[in-house]
Design a protein around this ligand. Structure first.
Ligand code: HEC
Length: 175
């Protein structure tokens, strides 16, 4: 290499390094500007997402009376809340409650317990009135059988409505 070539190489190399340095500065600035903007946006989205998912999750898990969709709900919330609301129609709640608990005594043929579908066993009880049956199922009852019907079938976590609907479901299928 001649000295001339060395000098030319050094000049070109300096230009390249200089351009790279300028680009690094530019990218650094761009990254800061858009980086901050992006993180603010993300936390806002996170808030939106948890707001959208919160009421839907609760409605599905508890299976309690379906609350009307909250006033603040968006179209997306309405869309996702619809299926659980439909799945928890009163008849289904009664059936689910019966199958989940009441069945263990009222559907297994245990003697002395009015069995699901046993018209003769249910006729006199139904004649006493649905209100009384609801009350006995909610508060517990020991009648002629001498065996105790525990309050809410023994599960205090059940809502009053769930128990009443389960009674209605059994009555409807035993007359
Ligand atoms: C641990 C067993 C058991 C479970 C679980 C149970 N029952 Fe009963 N149930 C009884 C017995 C025993 C009777 C009969 C009591 C009597 O007439 O002496 C009865 C009677 C009833 C009656 C008739 C009450 C009346 O006035 O004649 C209704 C209604 C009833 N149960 C509803 C339910 C519902 C709803 C559930 C579920 C949430 C449920 N039971 C779960 C044992 C049970």
């Amino acid at each position: 290499m001649t000295q001339e070539q060395d000098r030319e190489f050094f000049r070109n190399y300096s230009i390249v390094i200089g351009i790279l340095a300028v680009m690094i500065v530019i990218f650094f600035i761009l990254a800061r500007v858009f980086g901050i903007d992006e993180s603010a946006h993300t936390s806002q989205r996170t808030g939106e997402v948890s707001e959208l998912t919160r009421p839907v999750g609760e409605a599905v898990v508890t299976g309690a009376e379906q609350p009307a969709v909250e006033p603040a709900a968006t179209a997306e919330t309405v869309a996702t809340a619809a299926p659980p609301a439909a799945a928890a129609a009163p008849a289904d709640v009664g059936k689910q409650t019966y199958s989940g608990l009441c069945f263990s005594c009222h559907g297994t043929g245990l003697p002395g317990i009015p069995q699901f579908g046993d018209k003769a066993a249910w006729a006199p009880r139904i004649a006493a009135g649905t209100d009384l049956l609801h009350e006995h199922a909610l508060k517990g009852y020991t009648g002629t059988s001498g065996i105790m019907m525990p309050a809410k079938g023994g599960n205090p976590a059940l809502s009053d409505d769930e128990v009443k609907l389960a009674v209605d479901y059994m009555v409807a299928n035993s007359q």
